[in-house]
Design a protein around this ligand. Structure first.
Ligand SMILES: Cc1cc2nc3c(=O)[nH]c(=O)nc-3n(C[C@H](O)[C@H](O)[C@H](O)COP(=O)(O)OP(=O)(O)OC[C@H]3O[C@@H](n4cnc5c(N)ncnc54)[C@H](O)[C@@H]3O)c2cc1C
Length: 212
């Protein structure tokens, strides 16, 4: 179970809160990118970035020259992962909504103790199987990369699913269409690099990306 603190307790629409750890894992495994929020030089900044997860740790990485990553190390941060599952059309614009699964993590980002492990988790979240398939980072590349770890202890999960919640008057009026337009992200056909020598087939881990 997640153990919400005051700042990670969902206030509005509390019935959409989920407190099982499995719900957090579901969102983090379904999302592709996160948004990292922190204060840099007194100003808030939100950055889209990749991530990876191993059990109760979220990993983030970037160039060791990146100002935001340097500022995030040892600092209070907030990370959001959002998966949009559909647009909810209601009889009134006021009741339009989205079906979604989202997670917010609060905590202090610290330099990962095992940088390569963090990079493996990040690589295999984005491109499962690539850590084992492609060349792994050399010493120079590792030195040029920061890897941060964020504990998944203080986190919240919110989910909305199902049809619109319309007002009785609007349902009775019965003129506007109401329902859900599901949104699904699908991978396309792999596009080999133009300089790929002939005879290297698309590997199984690429073909199977996203296949349950
Ligand atoms: C795709 C998407 C679209 C949305 N669109 C809107 C919109 O247009 N208008 C709107 O008002 N709200 C929208 N929301 C909901 C929004 O994220 C907030 O939950 C809501 O605005 C309540 O804000 P609050 O300041 O009262 O947060 P509070 O509920 O007071 O936040 C307290 C704590 O609850 C947690 N929390 C809050 N929201 C979320 C969340 N979504 N996921 C996980 N943890 C959360 C955080 O830990 C936060 O610190 C949307 C959410 C998603 C995922």
């Amino acid at each position: 179970m997640l153990s919400p603190t005051p700042r990670s307790t969902i206030g509005r629409k509390g019935h959409r809160a989920r407190t099982e750890r499995e719900a957090l894992e579901e969102v983090l495994d379904a999302g592709l990118i996160c948004h990292l929020a922190l204060i840099v030089d007194g100003s808030p900044i939100v950055l889209p970035t990749g991530y990876g997860r191993d059990r109760d740790t979220l990993y983030l990485h970037g160039s060791s020259g990146a100002r935001s990553l340097r500022a995030a190390s040892g600092a209070a941060v907030c990370v959001a992962v959002t998966v949009v599952d559909g647009v909810v059309y209601a009889r009134s614009t006021n009741n339009h909504s989205m079906n979604y699964r989202s997670a917010v993590i609060h905590g202090t980002a610290t330099p990962a103790t095992d940088k390569e492990h963090g990079l493996r988790m990040i690589t295999n979240h984005l491109a499962p199987g690539s850590w084992e398939h492609a060349r792994q980072p050399n010493r120079r590349e590792l030195a040029a990369t920061s890897v941060l770890a964020l504990d998944l202890t203080e986190a919240s999960v919110k989910m909305r699913g199902g049809p619109p919640g319309d007002d009785a008057d609007d349902i009775a009026a019965g003129t506007a269409w109401a329902g859900v337009l599901p949104l699904r992200q699908v991978w396309g056909e792999p596009e080999p690099a133009p300089d790929l020598p002939a005879g290297i087939p698309v590997p199984e881990h690429v073909l199977r990306h996203g296949v349950p």
